[in-house]
Design a protein around this ligand. Structure first.
Ligand SMILES: C[S@@+](CC[C@H](N)C(=O)[O-])C[C@H]1O[C@@H](n2cnc3c(N)ncnc32)[C@H](O)[C@@H]1O
Ligand SMILES: O=S(=O)(c1ccc2c(c1)CN[C@@H](CF)C2)N1CCSCC1
Length: 278
């Protein structure tokens, strides 16, 4: 007779395994096209989400309470926008993802190749935020390429998400993670466990910059590939951070304009949370 606790563990594992199987069809190029080109990535629109998100990251990294040596991005995917400000603050940046196709996409760009998306508009915008001329974008790209020392496999559902020895014994000084945890977790309990797992990678007093989807139940990870997302609201984000030993420093929310709801997901908003590990 299976005990209730054994059944719950089995259910947890089945949900995580099913999610991992679903991700085998993830298409980095399609994902970038869906989310990181206009109308969602329109630098000419003042109400576009790109200026909002890049400004949140710039402010968080430069307002003086975040410092250290090592920044780790959790569930990087094929995107680089999330570390364009952080690479100016930290000597070392580590990128991570579950899928080899995404790690390959990152390594192509880091190696000087042109990946599936031209990140120049993002680099130019962050240069403007930093008071540099937008012509400094190529210099920033070089600094980012120099700062990234590793692109590592990760599984946030493991109590030890990275291989042992991947980080210094003291852990990372700062974590950033965008649209990952809610997009890989079958339910809130799994989301909370994953948040607790990545917290083990961060030193005490270190900061977590967590960006994610609000009210989202699915997204397209490729043509016809619906990936389930655990729907979150602001209260849940706050509760999850508190339950996993973080002090919330700042929470900002962006509501997607109707014309940015383009069918590639059912997201209603985006949250930006800055938290500190107690
Ligand atoms: C919605 S994408 C987010 C990508 C990127 N961070 C962004 O801001 O757009 C979710 C990412 O989580 C990764 N992923 C899937 N399962 C994972 C797991 N168990 N642990 C860590 N990352 C995972 C996927 O490969 C994918 O790159
Ligand atoms: O906020 S976005 O519109 C965005 C960016 C990525 C995602 C979503 C939304 C919603 N679905 C997520 C599935 F995990 C992925 N955005 C796209 C332009 S650049 C800044 C981020």
């Amino acid at each position: 007779m299976e005990k209730e606790s054994e059944k719950k563990t089995a259910d947890i594992d089945n949900g995580v395994v099913a999610m991992a199987v679903r991700y085998q069809g993830f298409d980095p190029a399609a994902y970038l096209q869906y989310n990181y080109t206009p109308p969602r990535a329109d630098f000419q629109r003042s109400d576009s989400i790109v200026p909002w998100k890049l400004s949140c990251l710039h402010k968080a990294f430069t307002e003086g309470d975040i410092d250290g040596d090592l920044l780790v991005d959790i569930g990087t995917g094929p995107t680089l926008y999330q570390v364009m400000s952080g690479c100016e603050v930290f000597r070392r940046v580590i990128l991570t993802d579950f899928l080899e196709v995404n790690r390959k996409e990152l390594k192509t760009w880091l190696g000087g190749g042109s990946g599936s998306l031209d990140w120049t508009p993002y680099l130019e915008y962050v240069c403007q935020l930093e008071g540099r001329s937008s012509s400094a974008a190529s210099d920033k790209a070089s600094r980012l390429r120099s700062a990234v020392t590793d692109v590592l496999p990760i599984d946030v559902h493991r109590q030890q998400p990275l291989a042992s020895g991947a980080l210094p014994p003291t852990g990372a000084d700062c974590l950033v993670s965008c649209f990952c945890l809610e997009s890989v977790s079958p339910d809130v309990a799994s989301f909370n466990r994953a948040l607790g797992n990545i917290s083990t990678l961060l030193r005490l007093g270190g900061h977590l910059l967590l960006i994610g989807a609000l009210g989202e139940s699915f997204y397209l990870g490729g043509p016809g590939l619906q990936i389930p997302v655990v729907p979150l609201d602001e209260a849940q984000v706050c509760n999850s951070l508190k339950a996993t030993g973080f002090a919330l420093v700042q929470l900002s929310v962006y509501t997607l304009p109707p014309d940015m709801r383009v069918g590639v997901d059912d997201v209603s908003g985006v949250f930006f949370a800055k938290a500190r590990k107690l």
